[in-house]
Write a protein that binds this ligand. Sequence first.
Ligand code: PGA
Length: 223
Amino acid sequence: MKKLFLIANWKSNKTLQEAEKWLHDFQEKLTSENLDLSYKEIIICPSFTSLEHVNYCCKNLNLPIQIGVQNISPYETGAYTGEVNGVQIKELANYVIIGHSERRDNFSEDNKIIEKKVEMANKHDVSAIFCIQNAQTPIPENIKIVAYEPPTAIGTGNPDTPENAEEVAKNVKEKTGIETILYGGSVTSKNINSFTKMPTINGALVGGASLDPFEFLRIVKNA
Ligand code: PGA
């Protein structure tokens, strides 16, 4: 059986209290459903403000959840106002989303800065979840997880077709040798399985639908 990655990208959402409630609700439902998670890696990517608390709650509630972040400084420790660097991230997270189209578009992140972020993630042993917008998006060296997210599918309720996503995933795998390729963009509990049943798709990066713990759990279950 292939291993699936189910990643919640909370984006710029959730106060501390809301994050805590999500985790409690998720835990309660997960326990009552008694799901087999042996082939599923669940990763939650909260905002930096709740990162430590999410970490604490996951340990406390004994949740089988890995933590990721949504950004990383392209620089080392030092005089870089507003940035969170790889050393700081490694204390609390094992994954980082890099190259998301919302950062490319709203924060002018170009391929050069994205490459520097990947370099930092690799240096500090934080696994990059590298987002591509299409099969032509350049992928830096040493990437192990790619998420194909066509911008027209993000937050629109209009996902790509599983067949097209599979085509892109196959193309990327052939070109780069990367084994773990995810799909992202308007994933819900209703369509998740149509993507994860494709031979080259190993999971999903989920935005909007991950904000509700019960819907995200259904996604994990149906994947
Ligand atoms: P969406 O976002 O699930 O809300 O479409 C996905 C993403 O941006 O990672």
